[in-house]
Design a binder for this molecule. Structure first.
Ligand SMILES: [Zn+2]
Length: 145
């Protein structure tokens, strides 16, 4: 599938592995099952919903595809804290992170927290989300366009 980002960059998922297509799982419900998939492929059948996010590496827009269609988010700045009290957590991985995560989980078990994936926090309306920067601990804020 091809999509031209609003900045003009052409995004596509025809090359695997790639760094810009992210598979997104609700934590803990879907993420627990996804982790089990690394140990037993039969768990794939239990993954109920599927979300895929494409990251434009030129302008940092995020295109999130769900069963409800595609929503576009733009990078809105950095935060030192998440500015909402209640949020839902998701885990997102590109192909490279998924490969490393699978190796870690097979070696250390599904309880390990030392996997290579992004944690994403969304507000209740899902109009904003925050991705924690692993280097600085600050949060990249994205807002619905
Ligand atoms: Zn773009």
């Amino acid at each position: 599938m091809y999509k031209t980002c609003q900045c003009g960059n052409v995004l596509h998922d025809s090359i695997i592995p790639n760094s810009y297509v992210f598979h997104v799982y609700a934590d803990p419900e879907e993420w627990t099952i996804r982790k089990m998939c690394y140990l037993d492929s039969h768990y794939y059948e239990k993954l109920l919903s599927h979300r895929v996010a494409w990251h434009c590496e030129d302008c940092h827009r995020i295109y999130l595809w769900t069963n409800a269609g595609c929503r576009i988010f733009y990078f809105a700045g950095m935060k030192s804290i998440i500015p909402v009290q209640e949020y839902q957590i998701f885990v997102a991985m590109n192909d490279y992170q998924a490969g490393i995560t699978g190796k870690i989980i097979r070696e250390q078990g599904v309880e390990t927290e030392s996997y290579k994936a992004y944690r994403i926090y969304t507000d209740s309306e899902k109009n904003r989300f925050w991705v924690r920067c692993p280097k600085t601990g600050r949060y990249f804020e994205f807002r619905k366009q």
